[in-house]
Structure formats: structure tokens, C-alpha cells
Ligand binder design. Structure first.
Ligand code: BES
Ligand code: MN
Ligand code: ZN
Length: 533
């Protein structure tokens, strides 16, 4: 998608459609200049039509009218932003997404978008770029029937952004648009990876996708198979993977700054859950719960998408991604309820439910990540249905005890326009994972299930500042909404990128984490510390 800036009277800008974002109640005398001049050119019929159609500027409203040759553009779209008091850049991003979907339905290849002055121009321009690019996203590559011409149509490719009066058209604006473009591209890439069926995205293909990211973004990639996972004594990961016909993959990507001094700093570690299909294993899921389980690798897709942008951003500290990819399947070789697995850390785990597989793989991967002495570790995982019960389909559960790091991640989410909510990591529930025969069991009682999962992961984290993000709900959208379609959302990409930007911009926040960084790893029956991949 190509973006250009224009200034001056928007109504003369021309094009197939001019999009005019409006706050609730902004149709009166206080109306933005673009509305006033379009209404004037249309002899007052624009406001009249809006009134007649009940368009007030509410956040879910829009109105498309043909201009009958009275304006330079063929159509005008009034786009509701809702109340001024509730305005955030995310409101504009969602609205731009709706405009994109409208343009797509009208088969437009170009449009003109009035940048509202409700946010600083670089912020507004960036979220419009993101909203439009995320909004035109479709996953239809497997549809062979229907209108083939539709699929071949060029789609929305040219956007003129009309800047508010007085906004300067400098480097800051260009950079904001470029960042928006990169983030949207990476998010759509992650959405593709999640939407792809599980017979296509298997562990090997996920590793290939990681390699693709590394190549595009100039990162170091190391991929291992079962032998390497055995060498690293990741008994929990191996247990989950052993029921599948597909070999598991161990994935390590590293962004290392060019400046040697920066390269020596403690890295930021990103860990993503990568179960390419979660059948539940022998604790088989009911059919209906299994349908969407190709999305059980959304955490790793978000990490990989973010790594792609991070390679371009070049922050002054290393960033590493750690992923263990496998399938959770029932078979004659599958791990069983009752099995006792020995983790890389040395802790033993009694399996009470083979469907609580994510925490097993993540536990070993977290141990491995912690061995790289990160300044902070963030994991993203479609970990529990319980988190969906607690927070619904749109909110990420954020767990962690290192307040500074949790708050930085929450602040990043807020800037990125993703909804996060802090959840407790309470010791009150620790008994839930107590086992009679091993150091712990992998699934506890149902109540507080999302917390139990976080408590399990915590066992492998040690003193590393750590944030666990349960994205089981928001990794997919149940319906079309704003810039989303039904299906994968790419949640997490935007927040991770923003977190890295925040950390790069404020050395104090990075330092607060680094000084709290561990000198000792998580307590386990000490295993060889030399094994590093
Ligand atoms: N991948 C699922 C969690 C999930 C549920 C993701 C719904 C997306 C949507 C996870 O592996 C799982 O099965 N968790 C179990 C844990 C239980 C057995 C302790 C769950 O949530 O039921
Ligand atoms: Mn499961
Ligand atoms: Zn799972």
C-alpha cells in the first residue's frame, strides 16, 4: 500500500472515495473543515443526508454517499469515531480498519483519508496506516470457488493522507508511517501463520517461517530437531512431542546490535508457545474444542512477527526469541496421564492431564532462555481456556511479580492499542500443583486455572524479571471487528514492538530490569550448565 501526504482543501484531493472521520456530535457548527467544505460543495445535502440516516459520529457508525460529480472524489465516507472523551489512537485504528473493509467491498484501489486533529499528526497517521493495512487483510488462499476475478483484483493500494492544517510534513511523519507499515505487515504475516491449517504449518514449517524472518531481518537463526532437544535434556518438551508423527523443532533467533558494547548487554528474551495442533493428546479434547487448535502456536507467531520488526528497529540491546514447536497428539507413542517427566531444570513432573501441554514445553524453553541470562523474559502463550473465561475474547492476561517489568509491558500495550489486564500470581493456590509422587503435577484444580498455569511456569523462571502473557482469548477474533476479521489477530506483535521501542528510548527502564537480573538460575537439581544451543 502506498501512502502520500497532501495538505490544503481536502475536497479537491479527488479519488474514488474521501474518508472523513468525525467525533460524535461533530456535525454541527464545530464540524471539521473537510466536512464543512464537502457539505458546501454538495449544497448542504451531506449534513441533511447524515441527519436523515441517523449518522451522528458514533464509534460504530459510517455512511457512504455518492457525490454525483459535485466533489472531486466519487464518494464520501463519514466515519464515526465516537465521543471525544473516549477517543484514543486505537479508536482511529479501528475506524480506519472499517474504512478499509468498506473500500474493499466497493473494490476501490485508492482513497483519500482526512487525518483528524484528535491526535498528533504522526500518531494519527501511523494508526491510520496500521488500521488500513490490517483492515484489508484476508485469508482466502484456499478458496478456489467463487469469483476468481475478485481474488485477482488489485485491492486498495493508493492512499492520500490529508494532513490537518499546521501539521508539519517532516521526517517524524515519514518515520511514523514507515513504522506503522512494518508493524502492520508483521502482524498480517503472523495472522497468516496462525490461520494456515495445521496440515500446512507443522513444526518444520514453523521453523522455516522463523528462518524466513531471520533472513529478512538480518537475525541469527539456529534450528534444532529431536536430537538437539534430547541433548538439552528437555524431558517435558520431548514428552509432549512424542505422540506426533512430526519431529519437534527447537528455534532460536538472535538480534545482536552492531555496536560491540551494546551487543554485550543482557538480552531481552521472548518465548512463544508453538503447539502447531493441540488435540489434547490422550486427554483428548471434545471435537468442538479442537476445531480452532491450529491457533495454539499464536504466541510464537507474535514473537516471530515482532522479531522481524525488531531487526529493522535495531535497538541498542540484544533480543532473542526461543521457541519449542511440536504437535500434541494421541497415539501409541504419546505421553500418558501418570507419566513422570524430568525437565531440563531437573524438576520432575507428574502428568495428570496431557492437555496441559503448553506449560510443559514452555517450562523447558524458559529454562533454556534463562540460561542466556536475559535482562527480562516475556512469554506469549495460548495457555488456558480459564483465561478466556476470566477475561473474554479481547483481553490478554498479564502475569508477573516483577512490578517494573509488568508495568512496562502494560504501558507498551496501552500505547500499542492492545488490551491487557494484570492478573495475580498468587501463592495461595500453590497446593494446586502438589504431586504425591513427583516434584509437581502439570494440572491442578479447575478454579483459577490461568493462575495455576502461571504458577507452573514460575517454577522455571528463577529471579529473571518475567511477564507471562496468556493470549488464549485475543489470539483470534470471533467476528469481524474494526481491522480484524474472524480468525487470527496477530495479538502481541504491536505490544512487543512497542515494548522494545520503550526500552530503547528510556535506558532507565531497561536498567531497572537489568539490575534486577538474576545471578542465580531457577532452583532445580543442578544440571550441566554448559549445554547451550
Ligand atoms: N491450548 C489450550 C488452551 C486454549 C483454550 C487456547 C482455548 C485457546 C483457546 C491449552 O493447551 C489447554 O488445553 N489448556 C487446558 C488446561 C487444563 C487441561 C489444565 C484448558 O484450558 O482446559
Ligand atoms: Mn492443551
Ligand atoms: Zn495448548
Amino acid at each position: 500500500m502506498n501512502f502520500s501526504f497532501v495538505t490544503g482543501d481536502a475536497v479537491r484531493a479527488g479519488g474514488a472515495m474521501i474518508v472523513v472521520p468525525l467525533l460524535d456530535g461533530d456535525l454541527g457548527d464545530t464540524a471539521p473543515a473537510a466536512l464543512a467544505s464537502a457539505d458546501k460543495a454538495l449544497e448542504g445535502k451531506l449534513r441533511a443526508a447524515a441527519a436523515q440516516e441517523g449518522f451522528k459520529g458514533k464509534a460504530d457508525q459510517s455512511l457512504v454517499l455518492h457525490t454525483m460529480g459535485k466533489l472531486a472524489s466519487e464518494r464520501v465516507m463519514l466515519l464515526g469515531l465516537g465521543a471525544r472523551a473516549k477517543f484514543t489512537p486505537e479508536v482511529l485504528r479501528l475506524a480506519a480498519g472499517r474504512a478499509a473493509k468498506t473500500a474493499q467491498k466497493l473494490k476501490l484501489t485508492e482513497l483519500t483519508f482526512i487525518v483528524p486533529d484528535t491526535a498528533p499528526a504522526p500518531v494519527a497517521a501511523r494508526v491510520i496506516v496500521e488500521g488500513l493495512m490490517l483492515g484489508v487483510y484476508k485469508f482466502d488462499r484456499y478458496k478456489t470457488s467463487g469469483n476468481k476475478e475478485d481474488k485477482k483484483a488489485p485491492g486498495l493500494n493508493t492512499v492520500r493522507l490529508v494532513l490537518p492544517e499546521g501539521a508539519s510534513q517532516g521526517q517524524e511523519l515519514e518515520d511514523a508511517v514507515e513504522l506503522g507499515r512494518q508493524v502492520a505487515q508483521a502482524t498480517n504475516w503472523a495472522r497468516d501463520l496462525v490461520n494456515e491449517p495445521p496440515n500446512v504449518v507443522d513444526p518444520d514449517r514453523l521453523a522455516a517461517a522463523a528462518q524466513e524472518v531471520a533472513k529478512a531481518a538480518g537475525l541469527k537463526a539456529t534450528i534444532g530437531g529431536r536430537r538437539e532437544i534430547e541433548r538439552l535434556k528437555m524431558g517435558m518438551f520431548l514428552g509432549v512431542a512424542q505422540g506426533s508423527a512430526h519431529e519437534p523443532r527447537l528455534i532460536h533467533l538472535a538480534y545482536v546490535p552492531k555496536n560491540p558494547k551494546d551487543a554485550k548487554r543482557a538480552p531481552l528474551a521472548l518465548v512463544g508457545k508453538a503447539i502447531t495442533f493441540d488435540s489434547g493428546g490422550l486427554s483428548l479434547k471434545p471435537s468442538d474444542s479442537m476445531i480452532d487448535m491450529k491457533t495454539d502456536m499464536a504466541g510464537s507467531a507474535a514473537v516471530l512477527g515482532a522479531m522481524r520488526v525488531i531487526g529493522e528497529l535495531q535497538p541498542p540491546f540484544p533480543v532473542h526469541a526461543f521457541i519449542g514447536a511440536c504437535e500434541n497428539m494421541p497415539s501409541g507413542t504419546a505421553y500418558r496421564p501418570g507419566d513422570i517427566l524430568t525437565s531440563r531444570l531437573g524438576k520432575t513432573v507428574e502428568i495428570t492431564n496431557t492437555d496441559a501441554e503448553g506449560r510443559l514445553v514452555l517450562g523447558d524453553i524458559i529454562t533454556w532462555a534463562v540460561e542466556h541470562k536475559p535482562a527480562a523474559l516475556i512469554d506469549l502463550a495460548t495457555l488456558t481456556g480459564a483465561c478466556v473465561v476470566a477475561l473474554g475474547n479481547y483481553i490478554v492476561g498479564a502475569f508477573g511479580e516483577h512490578d517494573a517489568t509488568v508495568e512496562h509491558v502494560l504501558a507498551a500495550a496501552k500505547t500499542a492499542g492492545e488490551e491487557f489486564w494484570r492478573m495475580p500470581v498468587t501463592e495461595l493456590q500453590k497446593d494446586a500443583l502438589r504431586s504425591e509422587v513427583a516434584d509437581m503435577k502439570n494440572s491442578g484444580e479447575r478454579w483459577g486455572g490461568a493462575i495455576n498455569a502461571a504458577l507452573f511456569l514460575k517454577e522455571f523462571v528463577g529471579d529473571t524479571p518475567w511477564v507471562h502473557l496468556d493470549i488464549a482469548g485475543p489470539s483470534t477474533s470471533p467476528k469481524e471487528r474494526g481491522y480484524f476479521n474472524k480468525g487470527a489477530t496477530g495479538v502481541g506483535v504491536r505490544t512487543l514492538v512497542e515494548y522494545v521501542r520503550l526500552r530503547a528510548a528510556s535506558p532507565e527502564s531497561a536498567q531497572a530490569e537489568e539490575t534486577a537480573a538474576p545471578t542465580k538460575p531457577a532452583k532445580g537439581k543442578a544440571r550441566s550448565k554448559t549445554a547451550r544451543a
